[in-house]
Design a protein around this ligand. Structure first.
Ligand SMILES: [Zn+2]
Length: 265
């Protein structure tokens, strides 16, 4: 795996080797971790399209993720694990590996969202996600569901139609230290809302991201884990590639309305 920084946008681009290529000890490479405790995780993500997964399937998936992170921690204690992502959660692609990212725990690998969250915290002495949750709760125009534990909403600046966040209401930076009761509640929400999002997006394939940074450096005060679901309803064309701006043909408010109409049918 190679990391290259884009000279114009500053974003990191990861060039990934094929998993079958041999692991070299100097790399923090997914193939290395692939042979460890992530096999149950991969099996879970690849055996059923996510929109068909039950609450207990999600609970098992999160358990497997816990084990995977523990395994990474034991073999690479200094690694930073920015997220787990399944770019094709809606379809079964047996030859497509589940992508799990591990990076050196060095600030130069921190992505732009980490840096923005840090500068927001420095300026306002508060977590950016906690602030976002408060704003969404008080505005109440983009909420799909909220309770004492979680808020499910379409973000204010959604990049894609039906892009959805599931975020714990209380500040929790580490998914791994999240209480079991909350993980169970999360499994219920995923099993409830992912099929609905899949339906309203015309059964488009979608990506499922668990944004969680497990790192020895400590981002406790300003990172807050969350789940992001992104249906693939549009692709980047000339405008997006040339300008790095994104066109969303819907508003998040209209997407919430559609979701609510679907659930009350
Ligand atoms: Zn927070």
């Amino acid at each position: 795996m190679e990391y290259r920084k884009h000279p114009l946008t500053g974003e990191w681009i990861i060039h990934q080797r094929q998993l079958k290529e041999p692991f070299q000890a100097s790399d923090l490479c997914t193939s290395f971790l692939w042979n460890g405790a992530c096999i149950p995780l991969h099996k879970k993500l690849r055996s059923t399209p996510m929109q068909n997964m039950t609450r207990s399937d999600f609970a098992e998936l999160f358990d497997a993720y816990f084990d995977w992170v523990k395994n990474v921690r034991s073999v690479a204690p200094q690694a930073c694990i920015p997220s787990i992502l399944d770019p094709h959660a809606g379809v079964i692609l047996y030859d497509e590996p589940v992508r799990m990212i591990v990076a050196p725990a060095d600030d130069i690998f921190a992505d732009v969202s980490i840096k923005r969250a840090r500068s927001f915290h420095t300026e306002h002495k508060r977590c950016l996600w906690c602030e976002m949750i408060d704003q969404e709760l008080s505005c109440a125009e983009r909420i799909v569901e909220s309770n004492d534990d979680f808020i499910v909403f379409e973000p204010y600046a959604a990049r894609f139609p039906f892009e959805t966040y599931i975020v714990p209401i209380r500040h929790i930076h580490s998914f791994i230290s999240t209480p079991a009761l909350l993980i169970d509640a999360l499994a219920r929400l995923c099993a409830k809302w992912i099929p609905v999002i899949h339906d309203v997006s015309g059964k488009a394939d979608f990506a499922f991201f668990l944004h969680h940074v497990a790192t020895p450096c400590g981002y406790e005060d300003y990172l807050h884990w969350y789940i992001q679901v992104v249906p693939f309803m549009n692709t980047w064309a000339g405008f997006e590639i040339a300008t790095a701006m994104n066109i969303n043909v819907t508003t998040p408010e209209s997407c919430v309305l559609k979701i609510s109409q679907k659930i009350h049918k």
